[in-house]
Ligand binder design. Structure first.
Ligand SMILES: NC(=O)c1ccc[n+]([C@@H]2O[C@H](COP(=O)([O-])OP(=O)(O)OC[C@H]3O[C@@H](n4cnc5c(N)ncnc54)[C@H](O)[C@@H]3O)[C@@H](O)[C@H]2O)c1
Length: 246
C-alpha cells in the first residue's frame, strides 16, 4: 500500500476526479477527508469508501470560505491526528467569451480556484512544517495554456502553476513537496457541462484520440501524493492524452 496510514484531505472530493482520488487513496491505505459543498454528497462519498473497507470522513466545506476551511482541517486533525497530504482539487468554471464575462464570473472562479487553495494551504502547511513532511498536489488544467471562453478559469489554472513552483521552493527545505497535475478532457460533470459539439471535438483533440478516465487522473495524483515522487517538486504534469506537449 502506497499511502498506508497517511492522512489525506481531498477538496471537491465528493464527485468527479476528487471522488476518484479519494477512493484510490483509501484503497492505498490512506485515511481520507473529503471536503465538499453538499452534505448528502459528502456523506455518500464517505459511505462508499467505508463500504469498501476504507477509512473516510466527509466534511461539508466551502474552500472559498476561510472559517469553513479552518473547521475542515480541525475536524481532520481531531479525527486522524494530523494531515500528510493535501489535494487542492475543488474547482469551478463560469465560462463566457471575454467581452461578455462579468466581474461576478471572474470573482467566483478566482474565489474557489485560487483563493480556496490559499486558504487550504494556510491551514495545512503549518501542520506539515511542524512535522517536516507533506505532499501538496494542485489540480490545474490544460486550459492554463488558454481556451476561448475561459479567461477567468485559464488565469486561475496558470496561476496555480506559479503558486506550485513558488511553494515548492519555500517548502522544499521543510520536507514538503508541491506539484500540480493538469488534466485535459475527463468525463466528469464539469466536462459534461460543455456544449456537446465542443465536447466531441475536445475529447479527441489529443494524441490518444479519447477523453481520460477519472482513474487515469487519480493514478497521476497518487504518484505525487506518495513517496514514489520523493525527489520531484515544483512540477506540473500534463495528464491529457498528449493534447499539449510543452
Ligand atoms: N473534468 C475535466 O475535464 C477537467 C479538466 C481539467 C481540469 N479539471 C480540474 O479538475 C478538478 C476537478 O474537476 P471535476 O471535473 O472532477 O469537476 P466536478 O464538477 O465533477 O467536481 C468538482 C467538485 O468540486 C466541488 N466544489 C466546487 N466548488 C467547491 C467549493 N467552493 N468548495 C468545496 N468543493 C467545491 C463540487 O461540489 C464537486 O464535487 C477541478 O479543479 C477542475 O478544474 C477538470
Amino acid at each position: 500500500m502506497r499511502l498506508k496510514d497517511k492522512v489525506a484531505i481531498v477538496t471537491g472530493g465528493a464527485n468527479g476526479i476528487g471522488e476518484g482520488v479519494a477512493i484510490k487513496f483509501a484503497q492505498e491505505g490512506a485515511k481520507v477527508v473529503i471536503g465538499d459543498l453538499k452534505e448528502d454528497e459528502v456523506k455518500a462519498a464517505e459511505q462508499k469508501i467505508k463500504d469498501m473497507g476504507g477509512t473516510a470522513l466527509g466534511v461539508v466545506c466551502n474552500v472559498a470560505n476561510k472559517a469553513s476551511v479552518d473547521a475542515m482541517v480541525q475536524k481532520a486533525v481531531e479525527a486522524f491526528g494530523t494531515v500528510d497530504i493535501l489535494i487542492n482539487n475543488a474547482g469551478i468554471t463560469r465560462d463566457a467569451i471575454f467581452h461578455k464575462m462579468t466581474e461576478e464570473q471572474w470573482d467566483q472562479v478566482f474565489d474557489v480556484n485560487l483563493k480556496g487553495v490559499f486558504y487550504c494551504c494556510k491551514a495545512v502547511v503549518p501542520i506539515m512544517r511542524d512535522k517536516g513532511y507533506g505532499k501538496i498536489v494542485n489540480i490545474s488544467s490544460v486550459s492554463r495554456f488558454g481556451n476561448p471562453g475561459q479567461a477567468n478559469y485559464a488565469a486561475t489554472k496558470a496561476g496555480l502553476v506559479g503558486f506550485t513552483r513558488n511553494m515548492a521552493k519555500e517548502l522544499g527545505p521543510k520536507g514538503i513537496t508541491v506539484n500540480a497535475v493538469a488534466p485535459g478532457s475527463v468525463e466528469t460533470a464539469m466536462f459534461l457541462a460543455v456544449p456537446e459539439k465542443i465536447r466531441a471535438i475536445s475529447a479527441k483533440a489529443n494524441a490518444l484520440q479519447r477523453p481520460g478516465t477519472i482513474e487515469e487522473l487519480a493514478y497521476s495524483i497518487l504518484f505525487f501524493a506518495s513517496d514514489e515522487s520523493a525527489y520531484v517538486t515544483g512540477q506540473c504534469l500534463q495528464v491529457d492524452g498528449g493534447m499539449m506537449m510543452p
